[in-house]
Design a protein around this ligand. Structure first.
Ligand code: 5GP
Ligand code: ZN
Length: 136
């Protein structure tokens, strides 16, 4: 993807603050951090989102998220950690190259991730279970 900024960053064409790199991934600091240490896991191959990414790459991304969360927690002294991965504009995705947010959390920080809990009705539960199972 010649016009994808995360392709260029992941493959080193554009410099970035890199925490980790291997054959398949680069982990960089986010330029607009939610908290101290907010980082992004970028695959070097282009996948727009969770729907496009290959299963092996998705699995490897989560293994890397675990490795980074452990190292960053020790290094930064955070007290919690969010792993966030957005798909689609409605879900907050702004860069359409698959990435995983690594967000260290600190007591009384200003990070706001959340929703107002709704209510799962019996009808909705039954409909969702039926429809999703048809697709699996
Ligand atoms: P999304 O909203 O797509 O899940 O996340 C995109 C993230 O990429 C945002 O947190 C934003 O701050 C970050 N970002 C966008 N452009 C750049 C860039 O050029 N360099 C870096 N390091 N982060 C970027
Ligand atoms: Zn890309």
């Amino acid at each position: 993807m010649s016009d994808c900024i995360f392709c260029k960053i992941a493959n080193g064409e554009i410099p970035s603050a890199t925490l980790y790199e291997d054959e398949k991934f680069r982990v960089i600091l986010d330029l607009g951090p939610a908290s101290k240490g907010h980082a992004l896991i970028l695959p070097k191959a282009h996948y727009a989102d969770i729907y496009e990414i290959e299963e092996d790459a998705a699995a490897s991304a989560m293994v890397l998220a675990k490795k980074m969360a452990s190292a960053m927690t020790k290094a930064l002294g955070c007290s919690g950690f969010n792993i966030v991965q957005n798909n689609g504009t409605s879900a907050g995705q702004t860069v359409f190259h698959f990435h995983v947010h690594l967000i260290p959390r600190y007591d009384n920080d200003q990070v706001r991730l959340g929703w107002t809990p709704g209510k799962l009705t019996d009808e909705m539960r039954d409909e969702i279970i039926t429809e999703v199972k048809k697709q699996l």
